[in-house]
Design a protein around this ligand. Structure first.
Ligand SMILES: [Cu+2]
Length: 606
């Protein structure tokens, strides 16, 4: 009843806002932040949106224009808007406590900044859990120059993981009971099945190892029970984009989820990836790709038949899916694939490849770690061993009990070097792993594979189409260990949560090499504000230029940043509940050319 009333009220609001937008001067945009109804078909609730709806409007900017955006807060709490992936002065970046104070209830804040880039981006609230509650929208920036590819029409395909609970309630529940939303707990039945397959001892010790980590093999999504949406519509509500057979269609995928990675495919069509995080890449034809939280990928497709194709997005943990439709007329429907089997994390995802990790604390079925040459296995990738089961015969004839060859997936790779040297530091650029993906730990349960057996996009396939900076040696390396305590739902960097951490201080003009070491069993999409994240895929000057770098469990990933933006910036995991519980840092960029150095607020560190 209330929802119906509110819907009418907000539709009125949307009309009014549209009228206001129309009246605004060129380059001027108006956004209102409103309480809006969310109706997924599965549940209804009141969420937060822009101009009366969630998702908010698609903001279309032109490279080279100066934009003015008036944001009016109609909520009874403070709000903010962050322009995700946009390069702009730090005071315009929209992070309360870092860029500015936020936008008080009833207040209108005016953002002003030049648009210096092009591509697909998005915007969202950086206050509390307003973004999971629906406060997000898309940004499309038209380039000054011609695109290096052609298309006849385009659609934004914006994904989210709408949840019946408010973000605040979810956070409270996770703090109280970290597995509150994980419905895939292993049962006694699973244990008995494991025992039958691997023997009781092995099953027991594997259980022990997982217990030591306070993790379960099913801990892939710590938030389940959501309804994924495409452009605000669930599978039943079926978002539909029209095409004429033979047309080239550009799809701008944006993952605006709070917590959910999606694997995306369009059965019957090849997709050509042409852009990642707003920057053009050399085209990569794929059958399927994984989109981390907060990433964007632009793909081209060319449907030739007069029929309906399903745009199918399946959550990484396979607990839910959403389809939209590309069709030649409204109301058409394509086949909807079934959910695939949920992946199980393996020992690889426990991060046993990490140097310096205390192997002694891991109960590993009593297998011996002494290698034939007597060296220790420091740096060696234990992850290739899914411990229990099997017997591995070493070169010296000794056996290594508990190795499961059936789960080893390392075509063309020799990772288990007797001295472990090649694994040290996990330098992806030098690893040749055949068809497996070097951005996952070898043997990882999360290693993606295309549903049709075809090509699944890897970070390793991404090459920038146009380097933004001359390639040079990094001036400094900063190690950021991604850490957490699953038992207390505490997420941190280098073991320290945001509230207790000193800011990361960078000097203007540096090129910093960030080394992410994921010591947790979750995948973290790391997002640095204000400056580009040049992901090291070993391609030198052709390394892809991103704003989110996803770091899978048990891996080390490097990215480099040209420190060219004075001021202070946020740097955090983009999973909403991880960021909020402490996997977050403030970055301060000191110095800068005359007149360009930022006048930093004299505020104490938050
Ligand atoms: Cu995280």
């Amino acid at each position: 009843m209330t929802i119906g009333l509110l819907r009418r009220a907000s539709l009125l609001g949307a009309g009014l806002a549209a009228a206001l937008s129309g009246a605004a001067a060129a380059g001027e945009y108006n956004l209102t932040v409103d309480r809006v109804p969310v109706d997924t078909g599965t549940f209804t609730r009141i969420g937060i949106g822009y101009n009366g709806a969630t998702p908010g409007p698609v903001l279309r900017f032109k490279e080279g224009e100066d934009v003015t955006i008036n944001v009016t807060n109609n909520l009874s709490e403070p709000t903010s808007i962050h322009w995700h992936g946009l390069i702009l002065p730090f005071e315009q970046d929209g992070v309360p406590g870092i860029s500015y104070d936020g936008i008080a209830p009833g207040e209108t804040f005016t953002y002003r900044f030049p648009i210096t880039q092009s591509g697909t981006y998005w915007f969202h609230s950086h206050s509390g859990f307003q973004e999971p509650d629906g406060a997000y929208g898309a940004i499309v920036i038209e380039p000054k120059k011609r695109e290096p590819f052609r298309y006849d029409r385009e659609y934004v395909v914006q994904l989210t993981d709408a949840h019946p609970h408010s973000g605040d309630r979810i956070m409270r529940n996770l703090k109280m009971m970290p597995d509150y939303y994980n419905r895939q707990q292993r049962t006694l039945f699973d244990f008995l099945k494991d025992s039958k397959e691997m023997g009781l001892d092995a099953a027991l010790s594997e259980r022990g190892a997982w217990g030591d980590m306070r993790m379960m093999p099913t801990d892939i999504e710590d938030l389940q029970g959501f309804t994924p949406l495409i452009n605000g519509k669930s599978s039943a509500q079926n978002w539909t984009g029209l095409f004429t057979p033979g047309e080239r269609v550009r799809l701008r995928f944006i993952n605006s989820s709070a917590m959910t990675y999606f694997d995306i495919r369009i059965p019957g069509l090849k997709m050509t990836v042409v852009q990642a995080d707003g920057n053009n890449v050399l085209p990569v034809p794929v059958d399927e790709f994984r989109i981390a939280v907060a990433e964007t990928y632009d793909v081209l497709i060319q449907p030739t038949e007069d029929k309906a194709y399903s745009v199918f997005a399946e959550s990484m943990g396979r607990t839910s899916s959403v389809r939209g439709t590309l069709a030649t007329a409204e109301g058409m429907k394509g086949d909807v694939p079934d959910l695939r089997k949920p992946p199980l994390l393996t020992m690889a995802d426990m991060g046993m490849a990490h140097e310096g990790m205390d192997h002694g604390s891991m109960n590993m079925s009593g297998s011996t770690h002494t290698m034939p040459d007597g060296s220790t296995m420091k740096g060696m990738d234990h992850s290739t061993m899914n411990m229990p089961g099997g017997t591995h015969t070493m070169p010296d004839g000794s056996t290594m009990k508990g190795m499961d060859h059936s789960t080893m997936n390392m075509p063309g790779g020799t990772h288990a070097m007797p001295d472990g040297s090649t694994m040290k530091g996990m330098d992806h650029s030098t690893m040749n792993m055949g068809s497996s993906d070097p951005f996952y730990a070898p043997g990882s349960g999360l290693m993606p594979a295309a549903a049709n057996g075809g090509k699944f996009l890897s970070y390793n396939d991404l090459r920038t189409q146009k380097p933004l900076y001359p390639h040079r040696e990094a001036t400094r390396e900063i190690e950021l260990r991604l850490t957490g305590n699953m038992e207390r739902y505490m997420w941190s960097i280098n073991g320290i949560k945001y509230a207790d951490a000193e800011p990361i201080r960078l000097q203007y003009g540096e090129r910093v090499r960030f080394k992410f070491v994921n010591e947790t069993m979750m995948t973290h999409p790391m997002h640095l504000h204000g400056m580009w994240s040049i992901l090291d895929t070993g391609k030198g000057k052709w390394n892809p230029i991103k704003h989110v770098v996803s770091v899978a469990p048990g891996t080390t990933v490097f990215m480099e940043t040209e420190v060219d933006a004075p001021g202070q910036w946020a740097f955090h995991c983009h999973l909403s509940y991880h960021a909020d519980s402490g996997m977050f840092r403030k970055v301060i960029v000191e110095g800068g050319p005359e007149g360009k150095a930022a006048a930093l607020p004299v505020k104490t560190e938050g």
